[in-house]
Design a protein around this ligand. Structure first.
Ligand SMILES: [Zn+2]
Length: 55
């Protein structure tokens, strides 16, 4: 069964899933379909930087 509700890998806060609505050409089409969004607004994963760590 597919489940991806692990806490944020950076800060350990709860992570919510959002449908991936911006598929980027050239990326793996079989890659993750959901974006993991950390619930902590101060988390580095929410910095908006292109090289920000993944939640
Ligand atoms: Zn986080």
């Amino acid at each position: 069964m597919y489940a991806d509700n692990k806490p944020c890998t950076v800060c350990g806060s709860e992570v919510s899933l959002r449908a991936h609505t911006d598929p980027r050409p050239g990326t793996d089409p079989d890659g993750p379909v959901d974006d993991r969004v950390c619930s902590n607004p101060d988390c580095p994963t929410n910095s908006g930087e292109p090289d920000a760590p993944r939640a």
